[in-house]
Design a protein around this ligand. Structure first.
Ligand code: GTP
Ligand code: MG
Length: 424
């Protein structure tokens, strides 16, 4: 099985900070708190799109960041939320966390969405902190940072177009010219033993998978020259690209070649007769090609589209690939083309609220939840710090310190912030 891979970086937008401000009223030196909340950062969302066939576009764009939330304003003005960013991926894309190799999701249906990186929550403005005990709170939250991940996208490649033909007609040379595939090319038969896949990129969000099938010979349908093994690959493609050598370089007649291969694929599976097929008349750079091409056109031109090409000069290949791409849009997917075996959609694992380790006599407190609170807290503000310490107590930090043997007066470090553990 062949896979297409891409590594991408996703980051949700940071949340906007909450605002500290007070209403200004006539004759009242300081009115009530009126600092607005910060906006939410946008999410990065992966969306399954049926028009896409490969991950080739991610070779050109790998970073996806959603917009940040705006800061809260005075007069209770809520900061605007950041916009989400949608990233289109082909159906069948499996998404993994690069670090843990854990499957985060599997996009199997058109339009299915997966939030790959959540935006941070906006910080609360000081208006939200007002209480009967404190009518003029001086504190506000900072916005949370958006999540960020390195992701691996993985897609089982299913060939759309199969290159078929006799050995040595130039199938591997063609795939090497139109894709990043680098198969062995040589002037002898059966150079290719295993099929090669190549991704042909036509434009943004338009690509297809081409497979270079080993050469077929007469008797292939009977298993000659590993015919069965190779013909199985032919069966799985939606469009056949029949490569003929019109230079006569091997003293063979392209028209006879064509008939012979047609016969073999039909014998192998009669339904292959209905599979759409176009012809690449290759090696047009050699002398004598013109005349054979003419005869081919006379014999088959009304039934098949014939594209004169040269895998050596590259001439004619762009037109041929564009035509294959446009034909594919009209050809339905093969019913058996997609494996039914699917990975179940898994969610992000709930994270442990914090980690606690002792290093050089100092307790180091870390973890995503702690991280979020350190970002939100303005450590220059006593009220905010007091709340931060209450949060630590609530999520069980105090208990954990006690359980792990922390003593009165021990130093606990959270990022750049340090405090003393007082166990009473
Ligand atoms: N002049 C010329 N030579 C070509 C062209 N295409 C392929 N060749 C030559 O033909 C020979 C066979 O090419 P391959 O691409 O290996 O042919 P293949 O169809 O993959 O062959 P198998 O893997 O054996 O089935 C090589 O020597 C190529 O350099 C062409 O357009 N013009
Ligand atoms: Mg080959």
């Amino acid at each position: 099985m062949f896979f297409d891979y891409a590594k991408i970086f996703v980051k949700g937008g940071d949340g906007g900070n909450g605002m500290v401000s007070f209403r200004r009223e006539k004759y009242v030196p300081q009115g009530g708190p009126s600092g607005g909340d910060g906006g939410r950062g946008g999410d990065v969302v992966l969306v399954a799109e049926e028009g896409l066939r490969t991950l080739v576009d991610f070779r050109f764009k790998k970073h996806f960041k959603a917009e940040f939330g705006k800061h809260g304003g005075s007069k209770n003005k809520h900061g605007a939320d950041g916009e989400n960013v949608e990233v289109k991926v082909p159906i069948g894309t499996v998404v993994k966390d690069l670090e843990t190799d854990e499957i985060i999701g599997d996009l199997t249906v058109h339009g299915q969405k997966l939030v790959a990186a959540k935006g941070g929550r906006g910080g609360r403005g000081n208006a939200r902190f007002a209480s009967s005990a404190n009518r003029a709170p001086e504190m506000a939250d900072n916005g949370e940072a958006g999540e960020e991940f390195q992701l691996v996208l993985e897609l089982k490649l299913l060939a759309d177009v199969g290159l078929i033909g006799f050995p040595n007609v130039g199938k591997s040379s063609i795939i090497a010219k139109v894709s990043a595939a680098r198969p062995k090319i040589a002037d002898y038969h059966f150079t290719t033993i295993d099929p090669n896949l190549g991704v042909v990129r036509l434009a943004d969000e338009e690509s297809f998978v081409l497979v270079d099938i080993p050469g077929l010979i007469e008797g292939a349908s009977q298993g000659m020259g590993l015919g069965h093994r190779f013909l199985r690959h032919v069966e799985r493609t939606r469009l056949l690209l029949h490569v003929l050598d019109v230079s006569g370089s091997e003293d063979r007649d392209p028209l006879e070649d064509f008939g012979a291969i047609q016969k073999e694929i039909e014998l192998y599976n009669p339904r292959l007769k209905e599979r759409p097929q176009i012809i690449a008349a290759n090696k047009t750079d050699l002398t004598g090609a013109e005349e054979r091409l003419e005869r081919l056109r006379e014999a088959l031109g009304d039934r098949y589209e014939i594209f004169p090409v040269s895998a050596v000069t590259g001439e004619g290949l762009p037109e041929l690939m564009r035509r294959a791409g446009s034909l594919l849009k009209e050809i339905p997917d093969l019913p058996a083309a997609f494996d039914t075996e699917q990975v179940k959609l898994t969610r992000f694992k709930p994270e442990a609220p914090f980690t606690l380790e002792k290093e050089n006599g100092v307790w180091i407190l870390a973890g995503p939840e702690i991280q979020r609170w350190t970002v939100r807290t303005n450590f220059a503000n006593t009220a905010a710090v007091a709340r931060f310490l209450r949060v630590l107590q609530k999520i069980g930090v105090e208990q954990a310190l006690r359980d792990q043997g922390a003593k009165n007066g021990d130093t606990v470090a959270v990022g750049a912030f340090e405090f003393e553990f007082l166990d009473e």
